[in-house]
Design a protein around this ligand. Structure first.
Ligand SMILES: Nc1ncnc2c1ncn2[C@@H]1O[C@H](COP(=O)(O)OP(=O)(O)OP(=O)(O)O)[C@@H](O)[C@H]1O
Length: 366
């Protein structure tokens, strides 16, 4: 765990970039620092590996004050990825990744061998290993940056706007790749971004900062969307937060209706094996517009319901056979119960405001 304990950073010109920050970052999780430009995200991040020294307060990693650790050792234990990757331009891709292990005493041959494995792990073909950074696309460079940060197998990874220099399609790929990698590696990752959508997609927990790194809310993405702590967080989270929050709810928890359930004169037609063909009605056979299976989010299921001519999403089993239907009213009940439970929990957590007309803000958790 990484703990900020009353941390303040005042720059020599008097700017207070981080003002008395206290929070805990969970081990093995992705914690995202998000907030508007200049709110102190990068300063807070860089104090973790002592690239910036706090003016006061302490940062503890697994209980040890980082200032008591030699800087070189700390940097080895903490990988660092920056926007634009920051690769060594005169070294090949392979040697960019192998550099730190070589500095740590691994033989060049072994380090290069391991680097090849890492390149594969971040989704780069071995054919790129001999190239120089300038011969790669922005997205490829960023992947090399991630591989380089992972080369010393650090338990902690700091990522400062790692994907903001690439176009949206590449960014989407890189985000997906990071989540896949994290599923395998389980590192403690602190990632800075100004993009709330990226924060919500990547974070197990999201710390929303206002100026001076004031923690406006520290919550899971689902809680952030369902119950922003104040107007600042609500405006940062943006529109459609209710609908976007459905991405975090399980779509296959909803009770299914049988596949022969008739909806507005439409009935699901299947082939001989039970695979959906379409909705049969007076107009003929209308398309189902897709189906869902195990693991689908409630957002995906709702989308299918909206697109379906019958207002029903078709669930299929592992073999593609229809095994149930979800209707809009089934989703409505589930959504209502879920939000009621969440807001009730908040009212109980903050009884002083329990009688207010408005739901109380979510508490910024420690
Ligand atoms: N070396 C410095 N000297 C003086 N002020 C600084 C220095 N570095 C940063 N600041 C100021 O500290 C505040 C926080 O900066 P920081 O870079 O941590 O913010 P940020 O949230 O990461 O912003 P961005 O998203 O724009 O990178 C800003 O007002 C910035 O101008």
């Amino acid at each position: 765990m990484i703990e900020f304990d009353g941390v303040t950073k005042r720059y020599p010109d008097g700017t207070v970039a981080v003002d008395d920050l206290s929070m805990k970052v969970g081990t093995g999780q992705i914690t995202v620092f998000v907030g508007p430009s200049g709110c102190g995200k990068t300063t807070a991040l860089r104090m973790i590996n002592r690239m910036i020294q706090p003016t006061s307060g302490r940062i503890l990693i697994d209980g040890d004050d980082v200032t008591t650790r030699p800087e070189a050792q700390l940097r080895r234990e903490i990988g660092y990825v920056i926007q634009g990757a920051g690769l060594f331009p005169h070294r090949t891709v392979l040697d960019n990744v192998a550099t730190v292990p070589v500095l740590q005493g691994t033989t060049r041959r072994e380090a290069r061998q391991a680097a090849l494995g890492l390149l594969e792990r971040v989704g780069l073909p071995a054919t790129l290993a001999k190239r120089y950074p300038a011969q790669l696309s922005g997205g490829q460079q960023q992947r090399v940056g991630v591989a380089r940060a992972l080369a010393a197998d650090p338990p902690v990874l700091l990522m400062d706007e790692p994907f903001s220099a690439v176009d949206p399609v590449v960014r989407d790929d890189l985000q997906q790749e990071l989540l896949r990698l994290q599923g395998e590696l389980g590192k403690t990752i602190v990632l800075v971004t100004h993009d709330i959508d990226e924060a919500i997609r990547l974070g197990d927990e999201v710390a929303v900062f206002a100026e001076g790194a004031r923690l406006a809310q520290f919550a899971s993405p689902a809680d952030l969307l369902a119950a922003p702590a104040d107007d600042f967080v609500a405006s940062l989270v943006g529109r459609d937060r209710g609908f976007r929050g459905l991405s975090f709810a399980d779509g296959d928890q909803i009770a299914l209706k049988p596949t022969d359930h008739e909806v507005d004169g439409l009935r699901l037609e299947t082939d001989a094996d039970g695979r959906p063909l379409g909705w049969r009605g007076a107009e003929g056979l209308l398309p189902t517009e897709g189906s869902f299976s195990d693991g689908a989010s409630l957002r995906a299921v709702t989308d299918l319901v909206i697109l379906s001519p019958a207002g029903a999403a078709v669930r299929v089993d592992a073999d593609g056979r229809a095994d149930g239907l979800v209707l809009l009213e089934d989703i409505a009940g589930d959504v209502r119960a879920r939000q009621r439970e969440r807001l009730t929990a908040l009212v109980v957590a903050t009884p002083a405001t329990a009688h207010s007309d408005n739901p109380p803000p979510a508490k910024a958790s420690e």
